[in-house]
Design a protein around this ligand. Sequence first.
Ligand code: ARG
Length: 461
Amino acid sequence: TSNQMWGGRFASGPAAIMEAINASISFDRKLYAQDIRGSIAHSEMLAQTGIISTADQEKIAHGLNTILKEIEAGTFEFSTRLEDIHMNIEARLADLIGPAAGRLHTARSRNDQVAVDLRLWVKDECFRVAEALKGLIKALLERAEEHAATVMPGFTHMQAAQPVTFGHHCMAYVEMFSRDLSRVRDAIERMDESPLGAAALAGTSFPIDRHGTAKALGFREPMRNSLDSVSDRDFALEFLGMAAICATHLSRLAEEIIIWSTPQFGFVRLSDSFSTGSSIMPQKKNPDAAELVRGKTGRVTGHLVGLLTVMKGMPLTYGKDMQEDKESVFDAAETLDLMLAAMTGMVSDMTVNAAAMKKAAGSGHATATDLADWLVRTLGLPFREAHHVTGRAVALAEEKKVGLEKLSLEDLQSINPGITADIFSVLAVQNSVKSRTSFGGTAPSEVRKQIRAWKKRIAKA
Ligand code: ARG
């Protein structure tokens, strides 16, 4: 038999394979609450504008609320034959209230219906992500405050470059995740427009009130172009773009945690609750949560690329290709939520080994730049020459197999006779860090200023 919703012109039903490729109910059932919300708002507007009767509207709203309860109680029977969440709900509505159900779809198409459902869902998810980001930022701020003066090596090319503080390092991630927070907020602003009432693509001849339904659904205003309304998926792409960038930040932090927790580094120890053991090697404590955060980033980024690729060939307006938007969005959302929660847990729970960090900060001649700066400041050498002199001091230290700060005054004076014993305080990592007081620099005083400012901002965010 042909489809009960659109089968009027069809003599027979679809092939089994057609049904299989066409159906989206296995995943778009996730939109049930948004679909019902959208339908209730639409029906109320239809009654207010006199397009349907109040009696019918009341039946529709009552039926939809019953369906909501059925779905939430797990008693609703989803059917693949009914393709998607929209038709599953509408068919059940007809069972429940009879012919009045058929009036709900007046001045509406599944094209604007699905667009409004998914927007509502993505908007809710954006608020969830914003909250999760705030939680992570707070966890990082706490660790930063605790370790504002904990010296560690700062790296470039993964080689010890200059000493920094662990607090400063944490605050770099606070900056990154705060940009993600601002990106998700921006995305919310732009997606805050309702496509409902665009109907199939051209609008409708019924005297509908799009401003009314937009407001009822919590949108700022209706979208201004009916063609764009049903064909736009920028809101999903922006969500995925934000998610991919945020996942990339999480992955970079995860990678650092993995490196820091190796016995070779020993900078941090993950708590038992965020690590796993090996089934064969009893000594192992593996950073699986961090590795999964790093790994799942590939999945999130894949979803962004996936949907961009779906959309790139879409002529206006709707094409069934666009049904492929949902699994990308849902999986990216679920994955990102989990990644944010796992990272927040790891950051809060990990033990920081300040002694190991400090020891590593002192190795690799990490204060060579401080020596060069001292030669400029105290002896008036041009920086390039100071760089060269310092390079010779490093070479001498290498030759003697000691750290730069362990060279004797005589050794240093053999390279430049102007060097005095003052230099040793400059070569101490703690002093090196303390001296970097430029705005945004690693000096604990500066780091603490940034922590205070961010704490205030996040409390208001
Ligand atoms: N399940 C469809 C989707 O997710 C709903 C819209 C169907 N529209 C249509 N014209 N066939 O995109």
